[in-house]
Design a protein. Structure first.
Length: 262
């Protein structure tokens, strides 16, 4: 089954300094903590000091009504909902020049909260960017540098992950990870950013169960973020919504932050 919302408008995550891949290791998930201390990847318990006063919640895009997401996106983009996989996009506009802001789910950079999202793909060579952006992004004025509009995003192009893009308009920033990860069809993956993707924080990719995003079945790699100039005070989930039925954003884990939206 599919639901959809159409039109643009508003509706009511260079060289890596730490690059490892251990497919037999499910430990080391620091996404649910607020600093570099390791948490227990198989519980999802938020025990670190910087997050223990915050409530983490998985926002399930397979279940939540689209109108409740309050998305803001580029004119011509159509957001659709697959009830088994999550959100996907179609419509008009440049391939990577289509932004989607999850403005309802804001948090403060200085809180250094973790951020995680789950996705799945299908097909031979899917492409997408998803990660952390800023409420200040103008989705209808992305210009020729749309790839770098976010704070930090996983860049998956032609069926391979090997870099991050970001910079938030301060300067175009890219980080080569040295990885060459190919995501398998209809497998669910979790991407985690420590400390809101700040410089020197960790980034990790895991395979997870569709029914339990907090239990890591397989680690695909961990990386350290370096030299990213982004410094926006407020952060949101952000998606460069490529026009394709082969990329699905399944869920984000949101930690509530006290934000004055006025």
């Amino acid at each position: 089954m599919h639901n959809s919302i159409t039109r643009g408008g508003c509706f009511g995550i260079i060289n890596s300094s730490n690059n490892t891949s251990d497919k037999d290791n499910t430990n080391g998930d620091t996404s649910e903590t607020g600093n570099g201390n390791e948490g227990n990847p198989n519980t999802g318990n938020d025990t670190n000091d910087s997050t223990q006063t915050h409530t983490g919640e998985w926002i399930d895009f397979c279940k939540i009504p689209l109108q409740d997401l309050e998305l803001e996106f580029t004119n011509g983009v159509e957001i659709k909902q697959d009830l088994e996989r999550g959100l996907w996009a179609r419509g008009t506009g440049p391939f990577f020049g289509r932004g989607v802001k999850f403005t309802k789910y804001q948090w403060k950079r200085d809180d250094e909260l973790p951020f995680s999202f789950v996705f799945t793909v299908r097909g031979k060579n899917p492409s997408f960017l998803f990660g952390i952006g800023s409420p200040d992004i103008d989705v209808n004025n992305l210009g020729s540098q749309a790839l770098f509009a976010g704070e930090i995003q996983l860049f998956y192009d032609n069926g391979r992950f090997n870099r991050f893009f970001g910079g938030s308009g301060i300067r175009n920033w890219a980080q080569d990870t040295g990885a060459n990860i190919k995501f398998e069809d209809n497998v669910f993956y979790k991407v985690t950013f420590e400390r809101s993707g700040k410089v020197d924080s960790k980034f990790a990719i895991y395979r997870v169960s569709k029914d339990d995003f907090d239990t890591n079945l397989e680690m695909l790699g961990t990386y350290t973020i370096v030299e990213n100039p982004s410094d926006s005070e407020l952060l949101i989930p952000y998606w460069n919504a490529v026009n394709t039925p082969d990329v699905f954003i399944t869920s984000v884990k949101y930690f509530e932050s006290v934000v004055d939206k006025d």
